[in-house]
Design a protein around this ligand. Sequence first.
Ligand SMILES: Nc1ncnc2c1ncn2[C@@H]1O[C@H](COP(=O)(O)OP(=O)(O)OP(=O)(O)O)[C@@H](O)[C@H]1O
Length: 265
Amino acid sequence: MIVDVKSAVVGYDDRPVLRGVDLSVEPGEAVALLGANGSGKSTLVRAALGLVPLSAGTAALFGVPVARFRQWRRIGYVPQRLGAGGGVPATVAEVVAAGRLAHRRIPWPAGAKDRRIVAEALEAVGLADRAGDAVGTLSGGQQQRVLIARALATRPDLLVMDEPTAGVDAANQELFATLLADRLAHGCGVLLVAHELGPVASLIHRCVVLSHGEVARDVTAAEARATRDPAGDHPHDPAHHHDMWSAALWRSSPTASCSRPWPER
Ligand SMILES: Nc1ncnc2c1ncn2[C@@H]1O[C@H](COP(=O)(O)OP(=O)(O)OP(=O)(O)O)[C@@H](O)[C@H]1O
């Protein structure tokens, strides 16, 4: 198991945000984490990575309790946006090279292998020609692709992505889906926070829907599609109420089917 969160309880200032949540990701599995704004998705991702303390429950990465986990090079993380530090005049290539830092002994300069992997990652997201530009001069969608390239440059065994394709155009979302399929085929686990899955929908094996800090659904993508209820027969069902799982799976990809069906558990 790559990600293994059990009965996680997290609160901010004594206000419960996660109330006994389970989450797992296995090698080669893509899990979509869905839910309304404020339902606890980012908090759950942070708890899974050991970035916020649990007041109850457990979290382990690659079988190691997060408090003792040290192999950060195995994890590629795509935050929601480039974030603070926008004033730092880093080039596109420098930002992507940060994904390689865990692989070498700072402050030794990047080796030929690092430079090659950075170049490949930039090529993969279609930004090779912008490598020397200041990242702040790129558009929002292009900056998001830089973050994707940075996560890919870590050659991760787990990719954790918080709305990675927000603001990314359709053609580049297709490209992103291709990159993701490649990582999955290499056994990488994927945890994807999303409101709309777009072209990635067909790669998702399992959907976990959070509602008010609890898991409202944890189903295979096939089950999610099969039990979709466009007529809204379950108006009191919080998952339906928030229009998350079926909308995310269907709105963008009505004919999608699971390309690599995940075995039922
Ligand atoms: N650092 C923090 N301190 C206090 N409260 C927080 C903190 N981070 C998140 N929260 C609260 O926890 C709840 C869940 O937030 P979280 O960011 O996990 O939701 P989310 O599902 O990721 O939302 P979104 O879809 O808007 O990204 C919200 O009510 C939020 O206000």
